[in-house]
Design a protein around this ligand. Structure first.
Ligand code: ZN
Length: 199
């Protein structure tokens, strides 16, 4: 069996990493990324994205020497309430606009502000849309989630453990078929009558 020629440096399996060269080859085309992606380790010490699953609706455009990634990112997060430790979930819907730019070789120390740098080596640069998504989601995850604004935390005197059972007991009573009430009456009569008949 001939060896399989696996191109090691090809990010073809990662649709969220695009070759700058191929973007520039068709710089008039706006690439759309509309898909669900699963990213590893999309979590902070407080909250995480289940399965790292994110819904993306992004555009990738070449503008001069820059590449602009913009659009929507949606995801869900899961965490523990910081007071009562109950599970808390929420949704994140983000609009992003991020610019990728090369370091100017003549001014390598210039302040690039909030721009992203191309990955890879000169001549083989990559645009990591994944980095944009990862940064945006990690920054949007809650730092101190609460199940509700006025969560009192675990406070037994305010929230006794048996409160959860009470509604169930109350609901159980009306479940009794009213037709049984007549039968109950008969039974009571039956119980009363035998002593009468014995005496
Ligand atoms: Zn809570």
């Amino acid at each position: 069996m001939p060896p399989v020629n696996t191109p090691v440096d090809q990010p073809a399996d990662n649709i969220l990493v695009l070759s700058l060269a191929s973007l520039r080859r068709r710089s008039d085309v706006v690439r759309r990324i509309q898909r669900t992606a699963c990213l590893d380790d999309l979590a902070t010490s407080v909250a995480h994205v289940p399965q790292g699953e994110v819904q993306l609706d992004l555009s990738v455009e070449v503008r001069g020497l820059d590449v602009v990634v913009s659009g929507q990112i949606e995801t869900q997060w899961q965490a523990e309430c910081r007071r009562c430790l109950e599970e808390v979930t929420g949704k994140i819907k983000l609009s992003v606009t991020e610019v990728f730019r090369s370091v100017n070789p003549e001014a390598p120390d210039q302040d690039l502000g909030d721009t992203f740098l191309f990955d890879g080596t000169p001549g083989d640069e990559m645009v990591s849309v994944e980095a944009v998504v990862r940064d945006a989601v990690l920054l949007a995850l809650p730092l101190a989630p609460l199940c509700q604004e006025n969560c009192q935390g675990p406070a037994p005197e305010r929230f006794p453990a048996h409160t959860e059972n009470e509604p169930i007991e109350q609901e159980a009573a009306p479940l009794k078929d009213p037709r049984w009430a007549a039968l109950d009456g008969l039974r009571i009569d039956d119980e009363i009558s035998p002593p009468d008949s014995v005496v």
